[in-house]
Design a protein around this ligand. Structure first.
Ligand SMILES: [Zn+2]
Length: 304
């Protein structure tokens, strides 16, 4: 009992201070000794300045399935939009206009072969629009093939050749030519088949009349009707328009925009497109009598 009591007695203050000071001394010398020993070890581990350093591993390695970063949309895009009319030989009594509008199926096939051999990729107007609005990239040499007026030979000649070469076409149809069963034009069955095969069916108005200086009611009748009919027959809502004979005014553009048309093409010559001029995108006319060399030269000038 007595020993226990003595152990429990508080040590004198001076003894406690000595003990603390002793502990601090031991601790400091241990730290200094450790630091002195560690110094050569650290020096040995550091590579000399001229030694190649191992690559620093990335804390967030890229996943192969990672979504691409969003792109900034470009201000403009250089994309040739070719304009075709008839894809058939002109009749023997054809006038100059008709001859100029007619590309024979043989010449058309040679043009497709040229495009394929020279690295062109046919794209859709939707691709051009997405490129300008979201920056979605286009293939290296993009080109858009458009066919006006909904002629029967588009189904008989253009459509099979486009399929043969795995290419895409945009067909601007005038719906009343079809509604009234004009034998020179497509039927709704043909239109449906072409749309199902991936071709774009877009509007070329209801009657192909001059749309300038018209009333609002007339423009709605000419513009909205074809959108509804094409949607009903193909299941795809058209977003692009082709001005009949290339004629338009501000009122036409206003009505097109009010029914959420994304773009419209003219018959004017050009190939630089922007979002600001989406309602007046220009095209390159493929002249019927043009040789393959002239066709190639027209496209080569754009690439320069
Ligand atoms: Zn036309």
């Amino acid at each position: 009992m007595e020993g226990t009591a003595a152990r429990n007695l508080p040590l004198p203050i001076i003894t406690r201070m000595r003990l603390v000071a002793g502990c601090v001394r031991v601790l400091v010398s241990a730290l200094l000794a450790g630091a002195c020993m560690a110094a050569p070890l650290l020096a040995a581990r550091l590579p000399p300045e001229d030694e190649p350093r191992p690559p620093i591993p990335s804390p967030t390695p890229a996943r192969p399935d990672a979504a691409p970063l969003p792109m900034r949309p470009p201000k403009s895009a250089r994309v040739p939009i070719l304009m075709y009319h008839y894809i058939s030989a002109p009749p023997p009594n054809a006038d100059r206009l008709r001859v100029n509008l007619s590309v024979t199926p043989e010449a058309f096939e040679r043009q497709l072969q040229y495009l394929q051999a020279n690295g062109y990729t046919t794209i859709r107007l939707y691709d051009l629009h997405a490129h300008l609005t979201t920056g979605r990239p286009l293939p290296r040499k993009p080109i858009i093939l458009t066919f006006d007026d909904g002629y029967r030979d588009h189904y008989e000649h253009a459509f099979p050749l486009l399929k043969k070469y795995g290419m895409h076409g945009t067909f601007f149809i005038t719906t009343d030519f079809i509604n009234f069963g004009n034998p020179n034009h497509l039927t709704w069955e043909m239109v449906k088949e072409m749309a199902a095969a991936g071709m774009d069916i877009e509007s070329h108005a209801r009657t192909h009349r001059d749309l300038r200086k018209r009333s609002f009611q007339f423009l709605v009748w000419e513009i909205l009707g074809p959108i509804e009919q094409i949607t009903a027959h193909t299941g795809k809502r058209p977003r692009f328009f082709c001005y009949p004979s290339g004629r338009y005014d501000e009122a036409v553009i206003r009505v097109l925009r009010s029914v959420e048309t994304w773009g419209a093409v003219t018959t004017e010559h050009g190939y630089v497109h922007t979002l600001a001029n989406a309602m007046t995108w220009r095209r390159l006319r493929v002249h019927g009598p043009a040789t393959l060399e002239q066709f190639a030269r027209m496209l080569e000038q754009i690439q320069q």
